[in-house]
Ligand binder design. Structure first.
Ligand SMILES: *Cc1c(COP(=O)(O)O)cnc(C)c1O
Length: 393
């Protein structure tokens, strides 16, 4: 937490850090959780996917906002991510999607973490442990993604191995969709049918446990079989789950900085490394104290747009490690110290992660994940706020 909570007010804390930070709106997150939970059919529960530090938003802070009446569990990718949550006192069930290393199995078990078993090798690794220790596992099935999970042909042996592990409790059987963000793609229905058939083989062998399939996209489309839980990530953060979506969920992150330097340049003057931008008129160029080391992608050079005084202004020249230059010629009263928004809203304008993603050929997920640890996070809860900076521990 912040340097010295006891002696500094929030404003003083803010004044003592760099002016580039990401605001995380905890109430917006809670409203998204409520909105998603409200669309689930009766008997279906929400598993919050908080991997990769909650897609850059801060896993501990958001996990604390996952009320058990709304959220039945948390999923992360790595054991380290699960342990961070346990150390912070998070008591909800935590599933590690995996894969895990052999030496991590005992650690997961000691911390009451559910181990995602991604295939026969992973099951063999835990089988020794599950013979004489209590173990919570979840079985991942490959219904068509071709990545992790048991294939059809591997199910009979999996059932045999489970029988040798009396102290292993199978908490769930799950799968993951490859193409759910595209409602026209019939492959999701193929995967659902495959999963149903594969699950039935376990059920017929007496392994009748809870199931989950849907990610954000499938959840928003209502592709949820009766009784199934859902694993939702991007939608919790207000990201668009569907390719052509209009989900009305609220962006949770707002990434802002301030103008650090403002100068007039004559026509014909290059800006930044490589001189990739040359002024075509007398121009006012502002420098922002943020760069690709903060996660502002270098591919946004001469492409990105940021918000200044409620207007969109262009990034000009190369994005460098610590600095970005913008052309503010059209914003007459722009001044040093003005707030500039890289992601999120200012006035009536909004830059969504999807907009940045489409400029650089990626997806909103990567835009969020790339906001680096160098950027302090400010957690807003109504009119209260706390700062988390990687430099202040
Ligand atoms: C990341 C992940 C999710 C969440 O996906 P979103 O599209 O962010 O909702 C769900 N399940 C698995 C297995 C994942 O890896």
């Amino acid at each position: 937490m912040a340097h010295d909570d006891r002696s500094l007010t929030f404003e003083e804390t803010l004044a003592a850090i760099r002016p580039t930070w990401a605001e995380i709106d905890l109430e917006a997150f809670e409203r998204n959780v409520d909105a998603i939970a409200a669309r689930l059919p009766a008997g279906s529960r929400l598993i919050a996917v908080l991997k990769a530090n909650a897609y850059g938003h801060g896993a501990v802070e958001l996990a604390r906002r996952c009320r058990p009446d709304r959220v039945s569990g948390i999923a992360v990718a790595l054991l380290e991510e699960a342990l961070e949550l346990r150390r912070a006192g998070i008591s909800l069930p935590i599933l590690v999607l995996g894969p895990l290393q052999e030496a991590q199995i005992a650690i997961a078990a000691e911390n009451d973490i559910i181990i995602g078993i991604v295939g026969p090798e992973a099951l063999d690794l835990v089988s020794a442990h599950g013979r004489d220790h209590d173990l919570r596992i979840a079985l991942k099935l490959d219904s068509g993604m071709g990545r992790m999970g048991f294939r059809d042909s591997e199910i009979p042996r999996a059932i045999e191995v489970l029988r040798t592990m009396p102290r292993a409790r199978v908490e769930a059987i799950y799968t993951h969709f490859a193409n759910a963000s595209d409602p026209r793609d019939p492959y999701t229905e193929t995967q659902r049918a495959n999963f149903k058939r594969m699950f039935a083989r376990f059920r017929d062998a007496g392994v009748d446990v809870p199931r989950h399939e849907a990610n954000s996209a499938a959840t928003m489309r209502g592709l949820i079989d009766p009784g199934e839980s859902v694993r939702v990530g991007i939608a919790l953060y207000g990201g668009e789950a569907l390719d052509m979506g209009q989900s009305k969920l609220e962006p949770v992150m707002r990434w802002r900085t301030e103008i650090a330097r403002l100068k007039s340049l004559p026509a014909g003057h290059p800006v930044g490394y490589g001189g990739t931008f040359v002024t075509s008129r007398e121009s006012r160029i502002a420098t922002l104290p943020v760069g690709y080391a903060d996660g502002y992608n270098r591919l946004l050079s001469n492409r990105g747009r940021v918000l200044l005084r409620g207007r969109r202004v262009p990034v000009v020249g190369r994005v460098s490690m610590d600095l970005v230059t913008i052309d503010v010629t059209e914003v007459e009263d722009a001044a040093v110290g003005d707030e500039v928004v890289l992601l999120g809203s200012q006035g009536a304008e909004t830059i969504r992660a999807e907009e940045i993603a489409s400029l650089i050929g990626t997806i909103s997920y990567e835009v969020f994940c790339n906001v680096s640890a160098r950027v302090p996070r400010i957690y807003r809860d109504g009119d209260r706020a706390t700062v988390r900076s990687s430099f202040s521990e």
